[in-house]
Design a protein around this ligand. Structure first.
Ligand code: SAJ
Length: 433
């Protein structure tokens, strides 16, 4: 099957790189975003997201003449929905006295509605947004059938999860194995043909609900594994052990690979997706729920560590290094660093935060400063929250002359005891009793 024109709804971290890929592989692409500011930015030749190589990829796509952008969809051979599926901030579900977060599917619903007038015989609609199990069958298909056509017979529908890692999106979009779940085997084949345009990794066909579940299983697996690492950090503190060394030694076992503890789990994927299982079947997912609770409560253990280092936090000046949800990205969504800063501020600490990937970050309740110097210059303690490459180069010896602080607090295992002591710092590390 030949796809000459593709319409991609949602020009975020997934939609924009995907649009650029199709466009640079000879497909006419209309990128659609309901946010007019994003459309204006792109039309002015800029990119609203920091992702290595994305600016160049979009520029190539625009120069090729194949990528245009608008706020509304137009007729196309295939439609890809890549809009966000966050959870509701204030609306919780409850099961057996435990609360859980619920998926906010409003963006998927309005993207699907926007496509309805353009669905024709032979069209293909692919959902990429991470979604609760059965979304394609129970939510997407009924909306698309408002066109009067029958899904799976008159037009094709597939679910194909994105699996790319922020920071490596462009390479992983091409090289990663891809799963295409069709409403019918023919829909899966249509999806296969579409992505084969640029994907060099293997493309595996399955049914739509399996593909949805595969995606959620991947991120849930990672969340549960990070939760156990975080729980190990708490146990190590209790038992007087260095968790980082214990993890290194345990991971020498040929069948053990323990992930890293840290200030918590952030981002718009791993901290969100496991909830979709819990919401769908709370009676069957106690482990997944508890892993989420462990990771969500990790900032409180960082607060305890800071109190151990500084005693009362009233009026203490803390330089918080890093606001992003993980190393070397500029994405602040669901960042545990931000949560830690809120907790410190509530206890009376005066926190100055510096995020090198977003020096102009503006977050409610966070005093973000535009340079490292400003954060360090009058601090009582330095709190390392994100293992950005730039920060790993800041050895205690280097820091010595940049700050009057003599206390280092490390949640990501960068600063080491001997070097810290030699430079005159007291060092407090997460997970070290
Ligand atoms: N983290 C730890 N310890 C670790 C690893 C990660 O605390 O050992 C934390 C990070 O600091 C971050 C969070 O977990 O706060 C998530 O980071 P991540 O790098 O594990 O994952 P994401 O959210 O950037 O991307 C994930 C990836 N999924 C998996 O690795 C299974 C990616 O492939 C998905 O495409 C992406 O979610 C997504 O969009 O769903």
């Amino acid at each position: 099957m030949k796809f000459e024109k593709v319409c991609i709804l949602g020009l975020g971290y997934i939609g924009l790189p995907t649009a650029s890929m199709f466009a640079t592989h000879g497909v006419k692409v209309l990128g659609v975003d309901t946010n007019p500011e994003i459309i204006q930015t792109l039309r002015a030749g800029h990119v609203h997201i920091h992702e290595p190589g994305l600016g160049e990829a979009v520029e190539m796509a625009v120069t090729s003449g194949n990528l245009s952008v608008d706020t509304r969809p137009q007729p196309a051979d295939a439609f890809i929905i890549a809009v966000p599926t966050p959870f509701y901030e204030h609306e919780l579900g409850e099961y057996n006295g435990q609360t859980y977060k619920k998926a906010d599917m409003r963006a998927v619903i309005s993207a699907a509605r926007a496509i309805v007038p353009h669905v024709r015989r032979g069209s293909l609609v692919v959902l990429e947004s991470t979604s609760p199990p059965r979304t394609t069958v129970d939510l997407l298909v009924p909306i698309l059938e408002e066109s009067g056509l029958k899904a799976g017979t008159d037009f094709d529908v597939a679910y194909s999860p994105e699996r790319v890692l922020p920071g490596q999106i462009l390479r992983e979009l091409i090289e990663n194995a891809r799963v295409i779940g069709g409403l019918t085997p023919q829909s899966a084949q249509a999806g296969y043909d579409l992505y084969a345009t640029f994907v060099t990794g293997q493309i595996h066909k399955t049914d739509a609900t399996s593909a949805e579940m595969v995606k959620l299983m991947e991120n849930t697996y990672r969340d549960v594994n990070i939760a156990i690492a975080n729980e190990f950090s708490r146990l190590a503190e209790r038992f007087g052990v260095d968790v980082w060394e214990a993890i290194r030694l345990a991971s020498l076992h040929p069948r053990v690979k323990i992930l890293s503890p840290g200030p918590g789990v952030g981002g718009h994927c791993i901290s969100v997706d496991p909830w979709f299982f819990v919401e769908g079947a709370p009676d069957l997912s106690p482990l997944i729920l508890h892993a989420r609770q462990v990771n969500d409560s990790q900032p409180h253990f960082v607060l305890d560590l800071v109190k151990k280092a500084l005693g009362s936090l009233k009026g203490k000046k803390i330089a918080a290094l890093g606001l992003a949800y993980k190393p070397d990205v500029d994405d602040l969504r669901e960042s545990p660093a931000t949560e830690v800063i809120h907790l410190l501020t509530k206890e009376g600490a005066v926190v100055k935060a510096f995020e090198p990937f977003k020096p102009d970050a503006a977050l409610p309740g966070v005093d973000a400063v535009p340079s490292l110097e400003l954060a360090l210059k009058d601090a009582d303690a330095l709190l390392l929250l994100v293992k950005h490459t730039q920060f790993t180069a800041l050895s205690p010896q280097v820091l010595q002359s940049l700050t009057p602080a003599r206390v280092l607090i490390d949640t990501v295992n960068v600063w080491q005891p001997a070097a810290s002591a030699e430079a005159g710092f007291s060092l407090f590390r997460l997970g070290v009793g």
